[in-house]
Design a protein around this ligand. Sequence first.
Ligand code: GRF
Length: 197
Amino acid sequence: MKRVAILLSGGGSNMLRLVQDMTGDHPARPVLVASNDPQAAGLTRAAELGIPTAAVDHRAFPRDRAGFEAALLEPLLAAQPDIICLAGFMRILTPDFVARFQGRMLNIHPSLLPKYPGLHTHARAIEAGDAEAGATVHLVTPVLDDGPLLGQARVPVLPDDTADSLAARVLVQEHQLYPAVLRKFAAGDRIPVLLQG
Ligand code: GRF
């Protein structure tokens, strides 16, 4: 049974779907939900589900990314994860941190990578007049929002879309995509999951 740690910064809707899927014959189970924000609502949701949680406030380490990561590594390594899922985790990780988990750390990004790495992805897709948008699950490498593709979900961009309405449509697909990718990844299957919403 693979041990999965999930890192989040906010509400944790992706974490929730991953946890809800890790039951029965699923080859993985959640062992930790951790955040850079002690107030993250996702921590409360995880605790309500009986999942061990940890929080390291990144604001306690101003201009000290390595110090923050060293503090985060304590509960993370103690949980002995086989796989790490970044799910709405909004801190950039140093190459040293990534190197520790490269090949078994996944991230979900709300764009059709390689388009729109970074922030404000939906506004950028609308601004560019794209017909489609979506989300990508990829293996984390030291390059931000880069790395081998494990899954992608596409949705149409509608004429009257705002960044919020598009984000909501993409999020529905994220909640299908990430669990499907993790289930295959934990089983050793690397064939990309491609969904059309
Ligand atoms: C989602 O749009 C996800 O793509 C991005 O963070 C947002 C919120 O995620 N990485 P969650 O609801 O906290 O899982």
